[in-house]
Design a protein around this ligand. Structure first.
Ligand SMILES: NC(=O)c1ccc[n+]([C@@H]2O[C@H](COP(=O)([O-])OP(=O)(O)OC[C@H]3O[C@@H](n4cnc5c(N)ncnc54)[C@H](OP(=O)(O)O)[C@@H]3O)[C@@H](O)[C@H]2O)c1
Length: 246
């Protein structure tokens, strides 16, 4: 259970990527928060609706679909919290590279398209819609492995680089946003290592206590989002509230 006490009573949440492991857990927790009036949950394929959950369709690879989704959801009122829980590490021509010998232009471009460009286009359409008279949060899920200063093991070239690009794009947007909206917080978040389809092939080296269920990760992420203040804007922040150096 979560109570997003720092957001307005009757707040509205938008989740892009609500079909994913972490995205669906975030949607469920937000829906269960009595303070939350509505969760607009976006995916590539239709999701079930209920009295509080309003599904919408979008694709990261189709900016027009993002524009349409925002135009539809905004009719209900501006969002107090927006989480972009999309991403791709493997599948559809992507396989995390173990060595620079495996670098391929198409895979690099695909990774940038999904992990950096798509979320940045969501930010482009969503950030101007955040309310200016109260706290609001825009958070795109990134990953600790995007930190350049923390990278000691190498590998996973496309994923690391595309998430580092995401951090830069969101930080850049946050600087522009701060000029117009002093109450908004715009960050990237690291959810921990989470038991989802994305991490499945890479879990063998992860100790049990370090592998979160999607529900536990989502709870941590929302607690962090609840504690965020405008001083955090532009940062990459982990599930435990720790600010990660880029
Ligand atoms: N799991 C981890 O251990 C871990 C660790 C660090 C960071 N992260 C980050 O956390 C976020 C969520 O990951 P997850 O573990 O929940 O992964 P997941 O279960 O694989 O979910 C990925 C989500 O991204 C969506 N997506 C992919 N391509 C899309 C596109 N072209 N258009 C629209 N949506 C698209 C998927 O939609 P479909 O259902 O339609 O495919 C799904 O909703 C990602 O940004 C990931 O990089 C995860």
């Amino acid at each position: 259970m979560i109570s997003m006490s720092s957001l307005a009573e009757g707040y509205r949440a938008w989740v892009f990527g609500a079909s994913g492991g972490i995205g669906s857990a975030l949607t469920a927790l937000l829906e269960g928060d009595a303070r939350c009036a509505a969760v607009h949950s976006g995916a590539r394929s239709p999701l079930p609706a209920d009295s509080k959950k309003h599904p919408f369709l979008f694709s990261l690879e189709d900016e027009e679909s993002v524009r349409r989704a925002v135009d539809t959801a905004i009719v209900d009122g501006p969002p107090d919290i927006v989480i972009v829980a999309t991403g791709r590490l493997h599948g559809h021509g992507l396989q995390p590279e173990k060595s620079m010998r495996a670098l391929e232009a198409d895979a690099l471009m695909e990774s940038y398209r999904i992990n950096a460009i798509g979320p940045a286009l969501i930010a482009k359409h969503v950030l101007p819609k955040l309310p200016r008279d109260r706290k609001s949060v825009f958070a795109a899920l990134s990953a600790r492995v995007s930190s350049i200063s923390d990278n000691r093991s190498g590998g996973w070239h496309a994923y690391r680089a595309s998430k580092a690009a995401l951090n830069m794009l969101i930080r850049n947007c946050s600087i522009e946003l701060a000029v117009r909206n002093r109450n908004a917080v715009c960050v990237t978040l690291h959810p921990g290592t989470v038991d989802t389809n994305m991490s499945k092939p890479f879990q063998s080296h992860v100790p049990n206590e370090k592998l979160f269920s999607p529900a536990v990760s989502a709870l941590h992420l929302l607690r962090v989002a609840n504690d965020l203040t405008p001083e955090h804007t532009g940062r990459l922040i982990a599930w435990d509230g720790q600010v990660i150096d880029y």
